[in-house]
Design a protein around this ligand. Sequence first.
Ligand code: 6PG
Length: 238
Amino acid sequence: MLGRHVADWVLQQVLGTPAPVAIALSGGSTPTVTYRRFAETDFASRFPWPRVHWFWGDERFVPHDHPRSNFRLAWDSFLSRLPVARENIHAVPTERTTPEAGAAAYEDELRRFYGANALSPDRPLLHINLLGLGPDGHFASLFPGSPALEERTRWTAVTMDQSEPRITLTYPALESARHAVFIVSGSEKAAILPKLLARDSALPAGRFRPHGDYCIFADGAAAANVAKTSARSGGTIA
Ligand code: 6PG
């Protein structure tokens, strides 16, 4: 239910915007239902595929066909099943490169798409930024204690998740979004979600200040410790 609700909300936002738009996809397991909804006929037949460009908020530094690849998650769930032009798919470079070179190449692609080297608060890079929330308060691949949390110039960074290199958007790029959307599901997120809503600055996600609007789609299990009225502090529980 949650995933379908998010997908249908995305459709309404995109239909309401005539211009070409960029959507940043999240990794992890939560968005799978949303991505599968994108591929369902009654959704796909209404979605304006030619004017939507697909990016990733972060990527594990593994080949694109690796089971842990965020690209593969989206490719298998919907991108491979729909009329999406290859030039509209902006995968994070993780093959035949290094994490640092891949991050730099991804940043170059983002700048080419944006058409400028500096982000303007009144012209967001992303129309929709789909995000997950880790139990430790990470989002994208901005983990607690990471030096990348202090990066306010570069649009991408290399971080480590235990022993796995990640390429992630940094706060400047993540915050350059018309709609920032957290999708939070499951009882294992019930402890962290109230801290996100309280914008707890000890958490990477708590420090996130998107230029546009900010909403949180959460299921009952994740929102078990959240009274509906508390949504006003940081976002709306939909
Ligand atoms: C990733 C994600 C990461 C994810 C959270 C939540 O590459 O893993 O971008 O930020 O969204 O860790 O993951 P789950 O959806 O699996 O709980």
